[in-house]
Design a protein around this ligand. Structure first.
Ligand code: SAM
Length: 348
């Protein structure tokens, strides 16, 4: 097929095809005598793929890398791209909301420049928070041994104390019927999410770690895995009937935790349920009392572990849900492991 025909066939222009060739994305056979290009079926497939990837926002450089990289599959790249688009989308949404608020203030008589600046400063802070999270724990490197780690007992401070019981109770708390969808955020190797497959639900597991997701898929092929982040969940609004998360939210500082709750609220359907099981103290007073006890007992490991992560204040998270109109129940398994169950009773 010649270039004009190929362009017509693919609903693009000869110019675009020449551009992809110049960028090294395709190399159709050329007739040396007259420089005419001939496009084979394979060339057409390749151009079709390039066009599709351009349509979903891939840069030329990214496409080149993808086409040349034998290690990474197309699906993996699409996951990365989807997550990048969701992050951009969140940023755009924050900006639009700020503009709406600015317009709202403009219509009020007493708007000052200071009010506008405050809104802009708040937006800047949101951007910083959303982009600042780093995986300090290197979860990719933990994926292979994670399931053994959670079973280890006998340390001076056992961070996984009560793990099995807590996951079992979380799964029991969420009532789902066949065909409903459950999202597990920070799914790791799938130990919680998989329990909902047994109830006949579809399970989507989100995690920022590729290796954790790979392990999860290996163990539970029925779980749909998506690379993503608590602060920019890779799905559109009101898509899931239930959200669970275990031993993951404590990797976010407190202000990020509240943004993560807002993300859960965004993707949850009307009458949906959320269950968070994590390292948390009932409130600040209990946190201080516990730290005091570890200090008195000379348990430096406990103090270091608590300082290294962001154990939640259960009362703060519960208050956030209540303010949003959720019915909330809390449970404390032991000193630093708790659960919050929140049922949405208003429409999404
Ligand atoms: C300790 S593991 C818990 C895994 C599983 N939920 C369980 O209960 O066994 C924490 C998991 O949360 C994921 N995670 C931590 N912070 C995250 C974030 N901000 N966004 C998405 N996933 C995150 C990690 O990659 C890791 O797989």
């Amino acid at each position: 097929m010649k270039i004009n025909e190929a362009a017509k066939h693919l609903n693009t222009t000869p110019r675009a095809i020449r551009y992809y060739e110049a960028k090294g994305l395709i190399s159709p056979k050329k007739d040396e005598a007259n420089d005419y290009r001939t496009f084979t079926d394979t060339d057409l497939m390749r151009i079709g793929t390039i066009l599709a990837l351009r349509e979903v926002g891939f840069t030329i450089a990214k496409i080149k890398k993808l086409l040349e990289d034998p290690e990474m599959s197309m699906t993996q790249y699409l996951h990365v791209q989807r997550q990048a688009l969701f992050e951009q989308w969140m940023e755009m949404r924050d900006m639009i909301e700020t503009i709406d608020q600015m317009i709202g203030q403009e219509n009020e008589d007493e708007t000052t420049m200071e009010d506008m600046q405050q809104l802009a400063a708040h937006l800047k802070k949101l951007k910083e928070i959303r982009s600042s999270w780093k995986d300090r724990w290197n979860f990719d490197s933990q994926a292979e041994t994670y399931d053994e780690q959670v079973q280890l007992r006998g340390q001076a401070f056992d961070i996984h104390q009560g793990y099995e019981e807590a996951l079992a109770q979380t799964a029991e708390k969420i009532s789902l019927i066949r065909g409903q969808t459950c999202l597990d955020i920070g799914i790791g190797t799938g130990n919680l999410g998989a329990r909902f497959l047994d109830k006949g639900a579809s399970v989507i597991g989100v995690d920022q770690s590729d290796m954790m997701l790979q392990k999860c898929k290996e163990k539970h092929p029925m779980i749909e895995t998506r690379q993503g982040h608590f602060l920019a969940l890779p799905m559109l609004d009101h898509q899931v009937d239930a959200i669970v998360t275990s031993y993951a939210l404590h990797h976010l500082p407190d202000e990020e935790k509240l943004l993560a709750l807002a993300e859960m609220d965004r993707v949850l359907k009307a009458n949906g349920q959320i269950c968070i099981t994590d390292l948390m103290f009932p409130n600040e007073v209990d946190r201080k009392a516990a730290l005091h006890q570890y200090e008195a007992a000379g348990n430096q490991l406990a103090i270091d572990c608590i300082a290294d992560e962001y154990f939640a204040d259960q009362s703060l998270l519960a208050a956030w849900f209540m303010e949003k109109g959720y019915q909330v129940e809390t449970h404390q398994f032991h000193t630093f492991l708790g659960m919050i169950y929140a049922k949405r009773v208003t429409n999404a």
